[in-house]
Design a protein around this ligand. Structure first.
Ligand SMILES: Cc1ncc(COP(=O)(O)O)c(C=O)c1O
Length: 491
């Protein structure tokens, strides 16, 4: 009989005790200090309760993909390409998958040279490889505030010093960036790269304006700085005109039209097809690409051949009228997510009203809401989950210091049904009102105080609270839970 590591009961795996950890403490690398768990992680574990409505995940709705099509494509790969699918592939990725990537980028108006593409194990691996390639402990990264919560533990693990620039409705203000760069320069410091999510930012929901994109590329050229353009959501636009990628703007500056000098582009199939495939990519200047490739060899040798061939088969599919099927599916997703976004915005109007303000994203998966400054959303989450069975990502997860963003929250509208969105927002609204009522009672002030003008408080010199772990903020399923569900079904 095989011994189950997770225990026969299918319950959650116990975390090591302080005593157990102490035994290994001296062996751990210094960087692991940035990887410690947090109180929030414990709270996030409650999401496993089936009665919890979670607006916390970064999930697309994979139930929309036709099961027959999935089965057909997998069967084709299995029957026609057995040996290739079961074999290692090139580190830089299979040519058939790269062709699909070039097609996706062309759909966003960005021409790329297939030789400058590397296939990765999700977009997340690009962030990791870029840090592995560029960051020594203490090196500076400039990022938006708030930033992608899943990048926070990666930056911490590489011991980067991250300077975050508060965004407004047009994304990162480039004059602020220039001011920051001047200050750093005065200290003899030069950032290794500028990290930006220009489209429907995760978690902020805002989009960088065209003027700022152009200026960012100019500034990068004036100062010879690399940017990491993280763009999982560009094709998920529900209204407004698409904007050019930084990569394509940089290529124009360079004059070659097909290759950027100073932008590393991150793309992924996760949001336009499936995160379960674990396929993303980077497009980068050749010297950087070479190092990313070496870094990837050390990480996982290559990404899954099975899923690369699956994607290649999928991209061969066409609808009756000849339109590529992946574009048809993208339209279907856009329609669904647009509607869910509108449901969420209406629910926020109804249940948050004057106690909050929130972004109105033109695409992507997230709304960023900022509440009355007296509310700490990390505490609110604990209460929302315990008493109302609803979850969201507290704003602190999007700040390196784990302090700022304390009155904000990220809300996912894409992976949740209309009813759950309405009900989830109603429940959060109820806890917010309760807390404000309590503050009003304690202080004698009105409970109807406005949200703070700026969503952030200045960081303090106190020991920073641990940022949540990656698995928390992207809310991955736990192995024990999956096993338990499968065992239940197999019975
Ligand atoms: C901004 C951003 N970058 C990277 C990723 C990682 O995506 P992937 O599933 O391709 O690893 C995500 C996922 O939510 C994201 O939102």
């Amino acid at each position: 009989m095989t011994r189950s590591i997770s225990g026969a009961g299918g319950g959650r795996r116990a975390r090591p005790t302080a005593h157990e950890l102490a035994r290994y403490e001296a062996l751990f690398a210094a960087r692991t200090r940035g990887m410690k768990s947090s109180a929030m992680r414990e709270m996030m574990a409650l999401t496993e309760r089936p009665d919890v409505i979670s607006l916390a995940g970064g999930l697309p709705d994979t139930s929309t993909f036709a099961p027959e099509l999935f089965a057909k494509l997998m069967a084709q790969v299995a029957a026609e390409q057995t040996a290739r699918a079961l074999q290692y592939g090139p580190t830089e990725g299979m040519a058939a998958a790269v062709d699909c990537i070039v097609e996706v980028m062309a759909a966003e108006g960005t021409l790329v040279d297939p030789d400058e593409v590397i296939v990765t194990t999700g977009g997340q691996q690009v962030i990791d490889l870029v840090c592995k390639t560029l960051i020594d402990p203490g090196d500076v990264i400039v990022a938006e505030a708030p930033t992608y919560p899943g990048a926070v533990p990666t930056f911490s693990a590489y011991q980067a010093e991250v300077e975050q620039i508060e965004m407004d409705a047009d994304g990162m203000p480039i004059d602020e960036l220039e001011g920051m760069l001047d200050r750093l320069q005065a200290q003899g410091r030069r950032p290794k790269f500028i990290y930006t999510i220009p489209n429907f930012q995760n978690p902020g929901g805002v989009t960088m304006s065209l003027a700022r994109r152009r200026r960012l590329v100019e500034v990068a050229h004036e100062r010879e700085l690399l940017s990491l353009e993280d763009n999982p959501y560009g094709l998920l636009r529900y209204e407004g005109e698409p904007l050019p990628t930084l990569y394509s703007l940089d290529a124009e500056v360079g004059g070659t039209r097909a290759a950027a000098d100073l932008v590393i582009y991150l793309g992924t199939f996760s949001k336009i097809l499936s995160p379960g495939l674990r396929l993303g990519w980077a497009v980068a200047p050749r010297p950087v690409l070479e190092k990313l490739n070496l870094g990837k060899q050390g990480s996982d040798l290559c990404s899954s051949s099975v899923t690369q061939l699956f994607v290649a088969e999928y991209f061969k599919e066409h609808e009756g009228r000849g339109e590529p099927r992946w574009l048809g599916y993208l339209e279907q997703l856009k329609e669904l997510y647009r509607r869910r976004r509108d449901v969420m915005l209406a629910a926020l109007d109804e249940h948050f009203g004057e106690h909050a303000r929130w972004t109105k994203p033109q695409g992507g998966l997230f709304v960023w809401a900022t509440l009355d400054e007296r509310i700490d959303t990390t505490d609110l989450l604990a209460q929302a989950r315990e008493s109302e069975g609803v979850a969201f990502v507290p704003g602190r997860a999007a700040y390196m210091d784990g302090q700022r963003g304390s009155s904000s929250m990220r809300l996912n509208f894409a992976g949740v049904s209309d009813d759950d969105i309405r009900e989830g927002i109603r429940r959060i609204g109820r806890v917010v009102h309760e807390q404000l009522g309590l503050y009003g009672t304690l202080s004698g002030s009105s409970p109807a105080a406005k949200p703070q003008a700026e969503p952030v408080a200045e960081p303090t010199d106190d020991e920073p609270e641990q940022a949540p772990g990656l698995a928390d903020v992207v809310e991955l399923p736990r192995r024990d839970r999956e096993d338990a569900a499968r065992r239940q079904k197999d019975r």
